[in-house]
Design a protein around this ligand. Sequence first.
Ligand code: OAD
Length: 229
Amino acid sequence: MKKLVVSTGAGISKESGVSTFRDADGLWENYPVMDVASADGFRRNPALIHQFYNERRHQLQTVKPNAAHLGLVELEKYFDTYIITQNVDDLHERAGSKNILHLHGELMKIRSLRDESRVYTLTPPNLDTSVDTRDKYGDPVRPHIVFFQEAVPNIEPAIELVEQADVFVVIGTSLVVYPAAGLMHYVRSGVPVYYIDPKPSPVPSFVNVIAEPATKGVARLIEILTKDK
Ligand code: OAD
């Protein structure tokens, strides 16, 4: 089977009801990003960051995967499919995708501040953490999120996947946050690249742009990729 690698951003979850970051009324318009999503912000005011991610977790319980997430699961019938997501939501997991690599962490997880290899999954109704939360070793915790000013540990395996791709697809990202935005430059020459976004950012000419929302764009992608199958 050919290898399909799909890189997703906030736009794929928009039609589920999850806000993007940089669109009008996006999250970063209402919350200063350096307060709620940076390493400095966490040092300055950890309580605010706990509260911000508590709210995000509660919101996530009210939404469901949409036809774009489900369409990527359908493509597993035709391709060895891998998802690299910048999203911290769990909508690809809930849709049923098999291979998911989170570049920017996971909303439903927290980790020890003393030992970052101690990662814990939260389950409803226990979704809230605070500066007073302790893990079973008595250590304080933080959201399992890659803050601005921090390294992106999963970028190496992500690059390896893109280098092996026979088809590469980018969905719903403004392509402004690096290193994720640079992934498309690792495709081998001749590999088809598609970018689905209703307001696509400028991309090199080798990229096939599908200027549609994710649900419609993924339906179109499935037609294109399975027409000879
Ligand atoms: P952005 O908010 O920067 O970009 C969202 C993209 O989704 C834009 O290009 C929109 O045009 C597009 N979009 C809007 N509606 C859509 C729809 N229905 N279908 C498809 N696309 C749609 O979000 P990201 O590029 O994902 O990091 O942001 C990257 C990172 O910046 C995030 O992972 C987050 C943020 O700071 C962290 O918090 C660590």
